[in-house]
Design a protein around this ligand. Structure first.
Ligand code: ACK
Length: 984
């Protein structure tokens, strides 16, 4: 029976189903695939009537070749089908995949007992193709192949068709190639496809390393494979993987990193795009260029800086390019004799960097012609002159009464890279007079029984011309209970009349126009013992010398009295004498310059020309009007004097149509101003009286008057800056009071501020003192000039009975202090003048401004002491403020609660106690032991919280404190600074 046709039919149906699954894994490399051959396969059949090659088509109508055999009706079947020679390639182990159908013997009618349901698979290795030579015995059997599923024919005549797939492994194979053979011993089988393959680990890229195609070994062990880095990458750890016998990659180790300028994209290292950079190797993405930098190229490792921007060598590539900082701002100087504290604000633009530092350059300057030279090495900078991280420096050991310019330069890490100009702010100061430093070197030249001759070296810093030396000495054992003082013009002296064999202690101090300096330390000297006798000759000489000296001294005294009487008479009209008479009614000490009231001149024009320079109007250019004064407009402009640099000036004009009195009054301000020479007093440049308009020309103050300046810059300054301004005002007022001048209208509106925040006292009118001031108000009391009084700024005794003194100026200073600390708030707000007078009289005082340091509020209260003798002198105010500046920590304790002061005044007795610096001080001084408990009861546990407590809070716990009668802020401050840093 021939069953071949129906077998073939089955094949086709099965192919349609199996083809869909016929996708081989990528790690299988085919050595043979019968389905891939479209022509005859050319395999050999023995005997030739056994296996038969048949053509068919698959589901795509692609021709395929199949083999079949079905000699089930005959005995002793031994049909071989041998493949062509298959090259081994690199395979070590091969896989044979067979697809076949096999007919169930039971389904074949009338078969003899020979029908089989298996066939055998064999192979033969050889190094070459043997062609058609076939020897059965050379083949080795791989396995007997049985069908998992055979097909059968049902009773109804339907056929159930099953395709079997069997895979067998063979290996290791070592020869160059091999044959496979299929032995049929009497089955009905159709070999639909034969595929021979081996497995490999295919090429792959892992961790940016490439791993080549790798054929696993036949043994069970893994093959270790070294990867090689993809282009533009470097090994970080050597990359490795293991190829398993199943053709799978296992255990990746190590990795490669993309080079700089390349990033990992799609398992490769690809170049950075323009506008991006990568500065370090690693598998990061390329980064966008940071601010102020760019790149137009691919593969950039960094970005270039834009014009005027730079990168410091230590800057990371990811940092924005930066530029040098702008100049420091708001430089203020606080002068203390021969030292100055410079304080400034951070530059507006730090250039994008945090490493801003400051250098201070000191120049000593002469005004005419303006020449400057670098300061000598004796000048000390604290903490140092260069590389300052803070915005303050103290410059010490300057020369007294000398002009200096300080340039404060800001720098950052890229300043040196920028060829730009230095960025600095300059401030010019004049040091004050200072007493000489102590004498440090004293030498004993000669000693006798009754005398000692000494000489010494001039003090290291004389700070002026030394007028004489004071030598004080006494017997050591007398402990200074009695001493002798000698004055010497030179640097040597002989002390006579001493006891023999006695120890003396001696101190010397030098005197200049600024007064005595500190005494030297005590030096010890001993006279010779009694046995050391002087010859009679020498004693005679001494006697003659002493008698002559006494005679000369007597003669000098007589001559001096006669001459001074004569001169005194002749000079009685000299202003210096008026000084003694009119210096605020006080007798001033000779040698100290004193203010002269221009009204004491019969012709006030004479006073103007004595104290003010007449300017040629052609030297003045008016630029614009900046305000209105009582007598006319106030303008800004420029003054260009021959052979001098042009300078900015303020010009006060006298409006046309003035009366003679108005002219006199207008110019009296210049007569007063012209007598002053101090860095905190507005400087008069000159007057124009010989042409019209009549003008008063002063230095120009860029920031105008202090009250409006503060209102414009509300809360923008540090406390130290405010204290620096206040210190300047106090220093100017000290100068005025030393000169015997009483201002009478000290108020923030009459203080001018320049571009360096230096404050200068201005407004020195006379009759105007109170009349042209818009704040002046009519009261029943009028000033001695018949003018009005600015009630809110004026001391009660000046309001009540016109007692204007430096002490009433100190009261006004307290109000200025309040105005400054409240950034230009109006004192007593909208209270009426009458209410202000009444409240102040009853002991009420302004409350502390918001965030006002307690020490400053205490100073205000001291200035507002009812008894004017208890108010601080301006000298003390300056020294208090200096101490605060040197010890900024003392400004941290604030006097008030957090809000702006309410429109309510404080009882002076309570208010006076806001300033205590430690809680203990305060409680102890208040002598209120029970109150300690009371406070602990309401949770006042620290000085800070206590300092913030309002008067109301104090009252709540029943504490009332009587304020000390003395100037408590000075005491409190001194007590505080004792423990604070050592003053410079
Ligand atoms: O606040 P201000 O701008 O500053 O307005 C007033 C105005 O003139 C009337 O006094 C301004 N002023 C007065 N003297 C000077 C000066 N020396 N420099 C600059 N401004 C001045 C003042």
């Amino acid at each position: 029976m021939d069953c071949k046709p129906f077998i073939l039919f089955l094949f086709l149906c099965l192919f349609i189903r199996s083809a869909k699954l016929d996708i081989h894994p990528t790690n299988e490399v085919n050595l043979l695939d019968s389905k891939a051959s479209q022509g005859e396969l050319g395999w050999i059949s023995y005997p030739s009537h056994g296996w038969e090659e048949i053509s068919g088509v698959d589901e795509n109508y692609t021709p395929i070749r199949t083999f079949q055999v079905c000699n089930v009706m005959e005995y002793s079947q031994n049909n071989w089908l041998r493949t062509n020679w298959i090259p081994r390639n690199s395979a070590q182990k091969i896989y044979v995949e067979l697809k076949f159908t096999l007919r169930d013997c039971n389904s074949i009618p009338m078969v003899l007992g020979t029908c089989k349901e298996t066939f055998n698979l064999h192979y033969l290795e050889s190094d070459e193709d043997h062609g058609s030579k076939f020897r059965e015995h050379q083949f080795s059997k791989i396995d007997t192949i049985a069908a998992d599923e055979s097909f059968t024919q049902t009773d109804l005549g339907d056929r159930i068709l099953k395709l079997n797939t069997e895979v067998r492994e063979v290996g290791p194979v070592t020869r160059k190639g091999f044959y496979l053979a299929f032995q049929d011993v009497g089955a009905c089988v159709a070999l639909v496809s034969v595929r021979v393959y081996f497995k490999k680990c295919p090429f792959t890229v892992r961790n940016l390393a490439m791993f080549p195609d790798t054929v696993p070994t036949d043994s069970q062990s893994l093959v270790e494979v070294r990867g090689s880095c993809v282009n533009n990458s470097q090994e970080e750890d050597p990359p490795k993987m293991y190829c398993s016998t199943d053709g799978e990659w296992l255990v990746p180790i190590g990795k490669c990193l993309c080079d700089i300028g390349f990033e990992e994209r799609e398992r490769a290292c690809q170049v950075c795009r323009p506008g991006f950079y990568k500065a370090s190797s690693g598998n990061l993405k390329c980064s966008k260029c940071p601010p102020h930098s760019y790149t137009h190229q691919e593969g950039s490792v960094h970005c270039s800086c834009e014009k005027n921007y730079f990168r410091h060598e230590g800057d990371p590539a990811s940092m924005a390019c930066t530029r040098p900082p702008s100049a420091p701002r708001n430089v203020i100087s606080v002068i203390n004799e021969t030292s100055v504290i410079l304080d400034w604000s951070w530059p507006e633009d730090s250039g994008g960097r945090r490493d801003v530092t400051f250098n201070v350059v000191c120049k000593r300057c002469w005004p005419e012609p303006r020449l400057c030279e670098p300061c000598r090495g004796t000048v000390r900078f604290l903490p140092r002159a260069a590389g300052l991280h803070n915005t303050t420096v103290t410059v010490a050991d300057l020369l007294a009464h000398t002009n200096y310019t300080f340039e404060i330069e800001s720098q950052n890490g890229v300043s040196l890279l920028a060829a730009a100009h230095r960025q600095y702010a300059a401030v010019t100061i004049t040091t004050n007079q200072a007493a000489p430093s102590p004498v440090t070197v004293i030498r004993k030249d000669k000693t006798s029984r009754n005398s000692i001759s000494l000489s010494w070296l001039e003090p290291e810093r004389p700070n002026g011309i030394i007028l004489d030396y004071e030598v004080k000495y006494y017997e050591k054992q007398e402990q200074e209970t009695s001493y002798t003082i000698l004055r010497s013009k030179g640097t040597n002296v002989t002390l006579n009349g001493l006891k023999p064999d006695t120890i003396y202690l001696l101190q010397i101090r030098a005197r200049t126009a600024a007064g005595y300096g500190s005494s030297s330390r005590k030096f010890e000297f001993e006279t010779s013992p009694d046995s050391f006798s002087i010859s009679s000759e020498s004693s005679q000489v001494i006697l003659i010398a002493i008698s002559s000296a006494v005679a000369i001294i007597l003669l000098s005294v007589v001559l001096y009295i006669v001459i001074s009487r004569l001169c005194g008479y002749r000079k009685s009209k000299h202003p210096d004498e008026k000084r003694l008479q009119y210096g605020n009614g006080q007798l001033r000490l000779p040698g100290i310059r004193t203010y002269i009231d221009p009204h004491t001149y019969e012709d006030p024009c004479q006073a103007v020309h004595e104290f003010a320079k007449e300017l040629d109007a052609s030297c003045i250019a008016i630029d614009k009007v900046v305000g209105a004064g009582e007598f006319g407009e106030v303008c800004s402009g420029r003054l260009k004097l021959p052979s001098k640099k042009e300078m900015c000036v303020a010009i006060k004009t006298l409006k046309t149509g003035y009366t003679e009195k108005q002219r006199r009054d207008f110019l009296s301000e210049a007569s007063i101003m012209g007598q002053f020479d101090h860095p905190n007093i507005i400087r008069l440049e000159g007057v124009v009286t010989r042409s019209k308009p009549v003008m008063i020309v002063t230095e120009y103050m860029e920031n105008g008057s202090l009250d409006s300046f503060l209102r414009k810059h509300d809360a923008q300054f540090t406390v130290i800056q405010l204290v620096g301004m206040l210190r300047g005002i106090a220093s100017g007022m000290k100068y005025l009071s030393d000169m015997g001048y009483v201002h009478r209208d000290l108020a923030a509106r009459n203080i001018l501020v320049n571009s360096n925040l230096v404050c200068k006292v201005s407004d020195f009118g006379l009759s105007r003192v109170l009349e042209d001031d818009p704040e002046a108000a009519y009261t029943t009391r009028v000033s001695k000039y018949g003018g009005k009084i600015p009630i809110r700024w004026t001391a009660p005794e000046a309001i009540a009975y016109r007692k204007f003194t430096s002490a009433s100026d100190a009261w006004s200073y307290g109000i200025v202090l309040w105005e400054v600390m409240s950034y230009g708030e109006r004192p007593y707000w909208e209270m009426s003048n009458q209410d202000v007078i009444k409240a102040v009289d009853e002991g009420y005082r302004l409350p502390p401004p918001m965030d006002c340091p307690a020490a400053l509020y205490q100073l205000m209260l001291d200035c507002w002491q009812k008894d004017r003798n208890n108010r601080p002198k301006f000298e003390q105010i300056v020294s208090i403020l200096d101490k605060l500046i040197r010890n900024p920590g003392s400004l941290k304790i604030t006097a008030n609660t957090t809000s702006r002061p309410a429109n309510l005044l404080l009882d002076r007795n309570n208010a006076a106690d806001v300033s205590f610096h430690t809680m203990g001080d305060w409680l102890d001084s208040a002598q209120t032991l029970p109150c300690k408990e009371a406070f602990s009861g309401v949770g006042y546990s620290s000085c800070d919280t206590l300092a913030k407590a309002s008067t109301e809070d104090f009252k709540k716990v029943g504490v009332t404190i009587v304020g000390p009668k003395i100037v408590s802020s000075i005491q409190a401050l001194e007590a505080h600074t004792k423990n604070g840093p050592v003053p410079v």
